[in-house]
Design a protein around this ligand. Structure first.
Ligand code: GSH
Length: 219
């Protein structure tokens, strides 16, 4: 098989690319990486010295493709399927990429900050950074609430890259900073995402690993 995805089933950024692969039944080999294993970490660093997953290898094209958004753009170009992730229209494509950046930078990374802080040893936590992350997420929920009032997906009625980015950001976002009663459209959007077969499969495959997620704020 030409495509190999280096990933972990619980990793939120890996979910983004899994959704895209499952949307189109794109054939690939899933290679789970345990970053706690020095050999597996070293092997990932060889592929992508930043050491973060997902990373896609396309053997036939002799290409290594890191970064979730870039992987999805690569798939859309080199392995297109029934779901297209970037609209052909240039202005729409720009808006799609803007929403992808919005979800990654202003929701997903803030969620990562809160989760990462829970995993830090006592005395090395960053309450100020966590409070900033929470405030950013809440302001994003407000933007999403307004935008999703009259649409099914992030770009309107067509599923896209932006929805692949939104799903893990909102799924884990709701766990660390619950949407609350004021964000019913955000909750409904996440429900629509979770009902999509590609997304449901990603979540189902992650379930055996959910015990590894730090549910609680440290004391
Ligand atoms: N910008 C990257 C972020 C990837 C990322 O943060 N991956 C996390 C897992 S969700 C990771 O590899 N963490 C391990 C580490 O930082 O050591 C992308 O979009 O792919």
């Amino acid at each position: 098989m030409s495509l190999t995805l280096y990933y972990h089933p619980l990793s939120s950024f890996c979910w983004k690319t899994l959704i895209a692969l499952y949307e189109n039944d794109t054939p690939f080999t899933a290679r789970s990486v345990n970053l706690g294993d020095p050999d597996e970490r070293a092997a990932l660093l060889k592929l992508w010295p930043i050491g973060k997953f997902p990373v896609l290898r396309d053997n036939a094209a002799d290409r290594i493709v890191p970064e979730s958004s870039i992987i999805i753009e690569y798939l859309d170009d080199a392995w297109p399927g029934r779901t297209r992730f970037i609209p052909e229209d240039g202005k729409q494509a720009l808006q799609t990429r803007l929403r992808d950046r919005f979800y990654d930078l202003y929701v997903h990374l803030q969620v990562q900050k809160i989760v990462g802080d829970r995993l830090r040893p006592a005395g090395q936590r960053d309450p100020h950074g966590v409070a900033e992350a929470r405030a950013r997420i809440v302001s994003c929920y407000g933007m999403i609430e307004r935008e999703m009032a009259d649409r099914s997906w992030a770009m309107g009625e067509t599923f896209s890259l932006a929805d692949c980015a939104a799903m893990p950001a909102l799924f884990y976002g709701n766990k660390v900073q619950p949407f609350g009663a004021a964000h019913g459209n955000v909750a409904a959007y996440l429900d629509r995402l979770l009902a999509r077969p590609s997304v449901a499969r990603v979540v189902r495959e992650a379930e055996p690993y959910f015990h590894m997620f730090p549910q609680e704020e440290p004391a």
